[in-house]
Design a protein around this ligand. Structure first.
Ligand SMILES: [Fe+2]
Length: 153
């Protein structure tokens, strides 16, 4: 638990301030020119920003369930839909493996939350932020660029 005058609490506040500087705005350069994938990516960014907002409000532990609910929907609908679109991509197996790992990590973080682990909001924000930057903005874009270049997207 975060105690008002405790070192861990102060350290946690500093860590959150460093990590979260406000909502990330969607930029034109994030578009991959596939309306379905772009819609999925915007939805994910909404979830990331939702988490950022509740974390910065200091009420994360009480509201994080909403984020897990949104992530479950994202995984069930959007990642599976993306896999259908990417089925002819040569790197499909590795891409699907990356999605599976994402779902495993979210499941583990959800279990950590349910077992009362501290700082879960920071851990999950770090993970989702990294997923946005490395998977969505790079890995997904690479796949869509390939499919667009072959005219099969
Ligand atoms: Fe993906």
């Amino acid at each position: 638990m975060c105690r008002p005058a405790g070192y861990i609490c102060i350290n946690k506040i500093i860590k959150e301030m460093v990590k979260y500087t406000g909502p990330i705005e969607w930029k034109e350069e994030y578009n991959v020119n596939n309306s379905v994938i772009d819609e999925h990516h915007k939805k994910f960014l909404e979830i990331l920003n939702q988490l950022g907002e509740i974390s910065s409000g200091g009420d994360c532990n009480n509201k994080i369930s909403e984020v897990f609910f949104s992530l479950a929907h994202y995984a069930e609908h959007y990642l599976l839909r993306e896999e259908i679109i990417f089925k002819d991509y040569p790197g499909f197996a590795q891409h699907k493996a990356s999605h599976n790992k994402f779902m495993d990590v979210i499941t583990r973080l959800h279990q950590d939350y349910k077992s009362g682990k501290d700082d879960i909001c920071i851990d999950i924000y770090d993970y989702l932020n990294n997923w946005f930057e490395s998977h969505i903005l790079e890995y997904d874009k690479e796949a869509v660029d390939y499919l667009n270049s072959k005219g099969i997207s």
